[in-house]
Design a protein around this ligand. Structure first.
Ligand code: ADP
Ligand code: MG
Length: 213
């Protein structure tokens, strides 16, 4: 269960946000819709422990993590949380499969090269494992991003506008892969986006209204 209670964030000398409470059971899949500037990325960064909330509480499977910091937070994130961004940030000088291995290494997990290779196969891009990210199409890059988000078999999978840069066909594929892989891991899936094309794919939908306080 992911719980966010009275979650707040104030950018230094900037806007203040107060987010709706989240109570997401294991294996549930959520779409959080909102227009540009409504605080979607801010929310996702808070849930990922990449920003520290200025108020409220966060817990995953009854483990509070809003007050963790430094290596404790890094270890928690590495063990439990997978992130997928709108655009893929790969190390340009490493092959796709090496980027997966690196992500695992950086999150202090045991590197499992065969499993990472198999993951690329499962996402339909096994034949690109030895290429560099720039040699892949945008849709293939986004599948590689999903693979990287999955390397540590997270219990919470967070995706920030994963389909925004994709055409209809690729958006469908990426949405399906995210939902299938999350279900296979029993992970909670949370997608934030302004992309209304994803609406029919999700059972749980939250619209971020005016969350600026
Ligand atoms: P969304 O992802 O829905 O487009 P964001 O969470 O990225 O929205 O940003 C919401 C608002 O928060 C932005 O309009 C901006 O005003 C503010 N904001 C975002 N990042 C920063 C930052 N680093 N410093 C100050 N304000 C920020
Ligand atoms: Mg955003």
């Amino acid at each position: 269960m992911l719980r966010a209670t009275d979650l707040q964030y104030q950018y230094p000398q900037g806007e203040a946000f107060r987010f709706p409470d989240l109570n997401c059971p294991v294996a549930s899949q959520w779409l959080i819709l909102g227009p540009s500037g409504s605080g979607k990325s801010t929310l996702l960064h808070l849930l990922a422990g990449l920003l520290s909330p200025t108020g409220g509480e966060l817990s995953l499977n009854d483990e509070r993590y809003d007050q963790l910091s430094g290596s404790g937070l890094d270890a928690f994130r590495g063990r439990h949380i997978g992130m997928i961004f709108q655009r893929s940030y790969f190390v340009a000088s490493l092959r796709v499969r090496e980027n997966l291995d690196l992500a695992q290494q950086l999150s202090k997990q045991k590197v499992d090269k065969p499993a990472n290779r198999a993951l690329l196969e499962e996402l339909g891009i096994g034949r690109h494992a030895n290429k560099y990210a720039h040699q892949l199409s945008i849709g293939e890059q986004q599948r590689a991003s999903i693979a990287r988000g999955l390397v540590n078999r997270p219990s919470l999978l967070l995706a920030d506008e994963p389909t925004a840069a994709l055409d209809a066909a690729n958006a469908k594929i990426v949405s399906r892969l995210l939902r299938e892989r999350a279900a296979e891991l029993n992970a909670i899936l949370l997608v934030v986006t302004h992309d209304e094309r994803l609406l029919p794919d999700f059972e749980h939908v939250i619209r971020l209204g005016d969350v600026k306080s």
